[in-house]
Design a protein around this ligand. Structure first.
Ligand code: NOJ
Length: 547
């Protein structure tokens, strides 16, 4: 039996508002995605993961869903979706969508009904309404804080105009949490899953997969969980990683198993490392994002552990590995690697921070990306990383849309969501014909636009393309990894006959010192001139036995 496709797939994340804009309103759309499928086919990816395109007020870039079974008019129609799916299929590109089950938008009709209904009514039971504390219920029910800063509770006005109950929103006020103790919520989501699976999607990425179920009694928390990615913490807040969440996934797994064609459920899950395998037990989800690689800085031990530890854990459940370096929630890695390894990042990058070393950032980012693309398991890429696009710090506050910025005053995540650069000399760098773009694109996006890189030897795009092709030919994603002794400033391992070396030092590395002197270069992450058998500084290479 051959392994299912997703175990070693390369999946490309499309953030619909920022990928390609076909109607010229400055916001990307589904037709835009269809028009750029050639790019993805050239790159050679197996699948696209589409961030939310559902009906939504867009208070959190679409992670605030008002109708789970329709397309937001800004992005197009269901017919546009079907068309995109069909065109992608012709190119053997599967499509995974984003399911947002922890919360809806406050504009969801069921939340509006809940607001209009009385406390204790079945309508209110769909969400997490509670009485407040204090003499007149004027204090929130507990001390939970929103991931986007501020209280996680908002008080409502009752029908008679009086101050009433509070509802829980782990994210923005406009993102009320569903009540997963209510069987009606469970039933509704079964229907949503089927709606999209019937339409032909290859699976779902599950947003906040560690949320949904909250500890009984909603006790106060001792732990603060600011920001989206938390790892290795032993103390968990009572609203994350509760055992009850696994029951939901067992239920969903049964549904997805009814469908042909190896559909996949992948968790966006921020649980302590040792709890991660629970999500990918054989009767639960297929994969969970492993964010440790994304968090690892330019450091031998950190990178080594970010590879080895999650691999050891997924082995326990015969699960597959996933690797991620960038996504729509974090500072792009071409920028992260342009800072010293001990630089303390906040939530997003502000224009007041020192600028990164751009050249070094790109070099190191390419080296880590090439290393990542060799690893056993599947790789999740974020749109634009194949061009070396950078985080944009220079965004005026009034244009920033991230709710974390609005609530917490942090720069937030807009800097990694700036629209794509397709053509260096076109309006909005080819993002939209009118030149409109919902966030301003910096001049550096012109330098790194796709048309300056596709079919250009030595470009970042061509490095990714060659790596994806070779990875498939050599079946790297299916190999067992064995480490090669390599000192403090290099990372080296074998995958079958192929050896992979990452030189973390500022000096060229003599491959003979790792016992790899006789090997031939297949791919190097940066196109410098260099002597045979030497790996330039801040570079990675894939090697094969000579002859
Ligand atoms: C995780 C998503 O990746 C992020 O963009 C979103 O803001 C939160 N979940 C809330 O849905």
């Amino acid at each position: 039996m051959t392994a299912p496709w997703w175990r070693d797939a390369v999946v490309y994340q499309v953030y619909p508002r920022s990928f390609a804009d076909a109607n010229g309103d400055g916001m990307g759309d589904l037709k835009g995605i269809t028009s750029r499928l050639d790019h993805l086919e050239k790159l050679g990816v197996d699948a696209i993961w589409l961030s939310p395109f559902f009906t939504s007020p867009q208070n959190d870039g679409g992670y605030d869903v008002a109708d789970y079974c329709d397309v937001d008019p800004r992005f197009g129609t269901l017919a546009d979706f079907d068309e995109m799916l069909a065109r992608a299929k012709e190119r053997n590109i599967r499509v995974i969508i984003d399911l947002v089950p922890n919360h809806s938008s406050s504009a969801h009709p069921l939340f509006q009904k809940a607001l209009a209904a009385a406390p204790g009514s079945p309508e209110r039971e769909m969400y997490m309404f509670r009485e407040g504390k204090g003499e007149n219920g004027e204090l929130p029910p507990n001390n939970w804080q929103s991931i986007f800063h501020g209280d996680a509770w908002t008080r409502v006005k009752e029908a008679d105009g009086s101050d009433g109950q509070w509802y829980l929103h782990l994210f923005d006020t406009s993102q009320p949490d569903w009540n997963w103790e209510n069987p009606k919520v469970r039933e509704m989501f079964r229907g949503i899953l089927r709606f999209w699976l019937d339409r032909g999607v290859a699976g779902m990425r599950i947003d906040v997969a560690h949320g949904m179920v909250k500890e009984e009694g909603l006790p106060d928390t001792e732990v603060n969980t600011k920001g989206l990615v938390a790892l290795d913490s032993d103390k968990l807040p009572p609203y994350f990683d509760q055992d009850g969440v696994h029951e939901i996934y067992r239920d969903w797994r049964k549904i997805i198993n009814e469908y042909p064609g190896d559909r996949v459920l992948v968790a966006e899950c921020c649980a302590p490392r040792h709890r991660m395998p629970l999500y990918i037990r054989p009767d639960e989800l297929h994969q969970a994002f492993n964010f440790s690689f994304l968090l690892a800085r330019w450091d031998k031990t950190l990178l080594h552990d970010a590879i080895e530890k999650p691999m050891a854990l997924s082995r326990e459940v015969e699960g597959s590995n996933t690797w991620v370096l960038s996504n729509h929630d974090v500072i792009r890695h071409a920028t992260r690697y342009g800072y010293a390894p001990d630089y303390k990042f906040g939530e997003g990058l502000s224009r007041d921070e020192p600028a990164p070393d751009r050249e070094l950032g790109l070099r190191r980012a390419r080296a880590v990306s090439l290393t990542m693309l060799s690893l056993p398991g599947s790789a999740y890429l974020y749109q634009g990383e194949e061009l070396g696009l950078e985080e944009v710090a220079d965004i005026p506050d009034e244009l920033r849309e991230d709710p974390a910025h609005k609530r917490g005053g942090v720069p937030g995540r807009d800097g990694c969501r700036v629209p794509m650069a397709w053509q260096h000399d076109a309006p909005a760098y080819g993002f939209s014909e009118t030149g409109k773009s919902w966030l301003p694109q910096p001049a550096s996006y012109g330098e790194r636009a796709a048309d300056k890189q596709v079919d250009v030897p030595g470009s970042t795009f061509e490095m990714y393309r060659a790596a994806i092709r070779l990875r498939r030919e050599l079946k790297l994603g299916e190999q067992e990894l064995t480490w090669i002794e390599s000192g403090d400033e290099a990372l080296a391992f074998r995958l079958g006959e192929t050896a992979v070396v990452l030189n973390l030092s500022e000096q060229p590395l003599d491959l003979a010192t790792l016992g790899l002197g006789g090997m031939r270069e297949l791919l190097v992450s940066y196109p410098d001139e260099h002597a045979a058998g030497m790996l330039p500084a801040n570079c990675a290479a894939w090697l094969t036995p000579a002859g």
